[in-house]
Design a protein around this ligand. Structure first.
Ligand SMILES: [Mn+2]
Length: 318
């Protein structure tokens, strides 16, 4: 599918609903803000809906309020799914809305490609990168607040251009955003080096759970999700912690385990030797990239943990 086809579909719509995956990250929010700006500039009715509101750490972006958790009405001309492998990943029941056209824009390799129009590119470092390329393709002249949102999307998914997905393509797109007035230092500081005291206290608690397994090849952290509210933090305060589990020498797989009542969520990272996307696929609904993936087991923590450790042990044996 081409960007021109997507542009044509958007222009032919009067009302457009945009949603991204549950617990939206910087890539979701950047891509959503950019697409919403464009649709509004065409004079369309636009709603940006996520199951949950953006974490506080993204609310410094001008215009973030367009991303909301207010449930949308039923009928739309076009429904755009961003940064989600499939509609289930949105975390809300999509049968509660109806749309004539579904557009799927994503960079996950396990994307379902079930939209009427699918723009899926697993080699793209971020969905926000795809939006940058959309704007280049259609020659859209976007304002600075959109450039900042897109830049936040790029640095979120590449860990500030440190992860294995950092390539010349994403760096060129970033350079174009800098040419438009983005200040990299300002946005990096907001995203990676600005914490609330509640957020830092929560991170300290999570660090206390540090464990190693399999001769130090697996490093894991555990978060009891009920602590987030109890400590006055939000889940955005945990940004980057799953990546940091890879920091110790010799670690091949890192993991942040989140306990949510009777559900246990695993956010996995790999240094490149083991494909954590394939490990996550052992669990229905799980998946992701080779270096970053996630899944949820509907079972209590201890049981879920030993099951997951079994999968990882097999993968480490290669
Ligand atoms: Mn993404």
């Amino acid at each position: 599918m081409s960007w021109q086809q997507i542009d044509t579909a958007l222009r032919a719509s009067n009302s457009i609903l945009i949603s991204a995956h549950v617990n939206p990250d910087g890539d979701c929010i950047g891509a959503q803000m950019a697409l919403a700006w464009y649709c509004k500039s065409l004079g369309k009715e636009v709603r940006v809906y996520n199951k949950t509101n953006p974490p506080k750490k993204f609310r410094f972006l001008d215009g973030w309020e367009i991303v909301s958790d207010e449930v949308p009405r039923r009928d739309w001309d076009t429904f755009v799914i961003l940064d989600s492998s499939n509609p289930q990943r949105l975390g809300w029941d999509v049968s509660t809305i109806s749309a004539n056209t579904v557009i799927d824009i994503d960079h996950h390799r396990d994307n379902y490609r079930g939209g009427d129009i699918n723009m899926v590119d697993p080699s793209a470092a971020a969905t926000s990168l795809l939006l940058c390329e959309f704007f280049v393709a259609i020659k859209a002249d976007f304002p600075i607040h959109v450039a900042e949102a897109l830049y936040v999307g790029l640095i979120s998914d590449t860990g500030g251009f440190r992860f294995a997905n950092t390539d010349s393509r994403v760096l060129r797109a970033a350079a174009d955003l800098v040419d438009r007035g983005v200040e990299p230092q300002k946005l990096n500081k907001q995203l990676f080096a600005t914490f609330t005291s509640a957020g830092l206290a929560l991170r300290a608690k999570v660090w206390q759970t540090l464990e190693y397994h399999f001769d130090g090849k697996l490093c894991l952290l555990v978060l009891d999700s009920s602590l987030i509210d109890k400590m006055g933090a939000d889940y955005g305060d945990l940004e980057g912690m799953s990546d940091q589990t890879l920091g110790a020498e010799g670690v091949q797989v890192g993991m942040l385990i989140k306990i949510k009542g009777v559900e246990t969520h695993f956010s996995m990272r790999s240094n490149g030797l083991v494909d954590v996307g394939i490990i996550a696929q052992n669990v229905p609904g799980g998946g992701g990239h080779a270096c970053a993936a996630g899944c949820t087991l509907e079972m209590p923590f201890e049981e879920a943990k030993s099951k997951m450790l079994g999968f990882i042990e097999i993968a480490l044996r290669g």
